[in-house]
Write a protein of this length. Structure first.
Lengths: 281, 207
């Protein structure tokens, strides 16, 4: 029996979408279960991000903006965790704020865990301000009059009573502004924060919007950029703390390869079907 | 009446917001601080208005009946339970609210975003075609960046990251800068229209 390969190829175009969903599921789950090791070479952008953190000294204050929610935490939480560990290890202090209402609860418990693991105490080594609406307003206000928008922290303590924030001048006291964001708040930090804070800005973003910040990097508006799970894994390697992002990168590798494979097969099926239509029987 | 008052208020505040940039006196900083306070207050009020509008819309849909009634009821029920959890006295409020956040909202949000991977795979298979020159350029760029962003892709196609980096730092930055400049110019134009009274802050031309 002669097999019509073109017809077989064309029939692939009508494959049930549930099979595609199954393939995606397997491509993600199997590498995660297999815990396969991955090697990444850090990019210049990630090295800039890491260098900015390495310049911190004992007692320096970092303003950390964690503007993400649980849907995008998969990419952004690993970079936040590595960053906070590195900041605490260098003896620097942290003032954290969230401009995403849905992410405020997510961040506080994580910061508390990381601070406890590093032996840092609340109020003198780190403070979590919580959430306020209006990202431009909060960014401008934090630089000029932090107590105006945040008279109290997330736990209800007066900022004027906490050792870390009692004499805080938002414009001059921060040595680094670190933004870990999934949405438009990241752009607001760059637009309204650059120049207003006398500190370099480093940005961690979701993979989807990472490339849109490349221009800010080239103009030195920001000094470092980690984007997506790949960026988070690169930062983990640079910080010498291989963790969640590096483990998950193998799953992302498989998913990307599957997508490329689907593009090739989908196009082959499409052109095979067209060829069959044009060819008389 | 209120709508008519919005135009002069927007004009005055807009002029003040610009002037404070050029006044290195503490009065300028005082104006900036007050404007920012109001900005935050207004956005907080907008959030409340948004929640009320959402609730009203779903109440209307519940009353109207139909196939969406179940989903609207679920939305209203979830809003009510979350609101009650937040209003509980003392420690009970934070405990109940945290439980809802951790065990309901977080899994739902994660699931919703994860579903994108499945839909994306289906869309890529059925729609991403070498159908025209622009589509081909887009497809080649996408496949290059997809491969270069993961270690397995770099191993399979050596030096693909060089081409990917060129795409991101060259055409991507050029296009993004164009978009940013366009957004900036449009924002300035809209702001001047409001400040000069040509356009009201709530939209629409002066009749």
């Amino acid at each position: 029996m002669k097999i019509d390969y073109v017809a077989v190829l064309a029939s692939l175009g009508r494959i049930d979408r549930r099979i595609l969903y199954l393939l995606v599921g397997l491509a993600i789950v199997i590498p995660l279960l297999a815990a396969s090791k991955t090697h990444v070479t850090p990019s210049e952008e990630s090295q800039g991000f890491h260098r900015a953190v390495q310049r911190l000294g004992e007692g320096d204050i970092v303003l950390l903006a964690t503007d993400y929610y649980s849907g995008t935490a998969f990419e952004l939480e690993p970079m936040m965790v590595t960053l906070v560990r590195e900041v605490f290890d260098r003896g620097a202090r942290l003032v954290a704020v969230s401009l995403d209402a849905q992410g405020a609860g997510l961040v506080e418990s994580q910061l508390a865990e990381l601070a406890a693991a590093s032996g840092k105490s609340y109020g003198s080594d780190w403070v979590y301000l919580g959430f306020r609406p209006s990202s431009p307003g909060v960014i401008v206000s934090l630089a000029s009059a932090p107590f105006a928008v945040f008279p109290t922290d997330h736990r209800g303590n007066a900022l004027s009573a906490l050792p870390l924030t009692t004499a805080l001048d938002g414009r001059t006291d921060y040595r680094l502004v670190a933004v870990i964001a999934s949405g438009p708040a990241a752009q607001d930090w760059v637009i309204y924060g650059h120049g207003r804070y006398q500190a370099p800005i480093i940005v961690g973003l979701g993979g989807g919007i990472g490339p849109t910040f490349q221009g800010f990097l080239e103009t030195k508006t920001i000094t470092g950029l980690v984007a997506g799970l790949r960026g988070a894994a690169e930062y983990e390697v640079l910080a010498g703390r291989p963790a969640e992002a590096l483990r998950a990168l193998s799953a992302q590798s498989m998913a990307h390869l599957l997508l490329v494979g689907l593009v090739i097969v989908g196009n082959a099926a499409f052109f095979a079907a067209k060829w069959l239509e044009r060819t008389p029987l | 009446m209120l709508r008519a008052a919005a135009r002069p208020v927007a004009m005055v505040l807009g002029i003040l917001a610009i002037l404070q940039f050029f006044v290195p006196h503490r009065a300028g900083r005082w104006v900036e601080a007050r404007l920012v306070d109001w900005l935050v207050l207004l956005e907080a009020a907008a959030l409340v208005a948004g929640v009320m509008a959402l609730a009203r819309r779903h109440v209307v849909r519940c009353k109207a009946g139909g196939s969406d009634r179940l989903f609207s009821s679920l939305t209203l029920g979830a809003m009510g339970i979350t609101l009650l959890a937040g209003l509980l006295p003392g420690e009970a409020a934070s405990t109940t609210f945290d439980t809802l956040y951790e065990w309901v909202l977080q899994p739902i949000q994660s699931t919703m975003l994860s579903l994108l991977a499945f839909y994306m795979a289906s869309a890529v298979f059925r729609s991403f075609r070498f159908a025209s020159a622009p589509a081909t350029i887009l497809l080649i760029s996408a496949v290059t960046v997809l491969l270069a962003r993961v270690p397995m892709g770099e191993e399979m196609v050596p030096r693909i990251s060089v081409f990917s980096t060129w795409i991101i730092r060259g055409p991507n930055v050029a296009a993004t800068r164009g978009v940013w400049i366009g957004i900036g110019l449009a924002a300035c134009a809209t702001a001047f229209r409001v400040i000069l009274g040509i356009q009201g802050p709530t939209g629409g031309r002066r009749s």
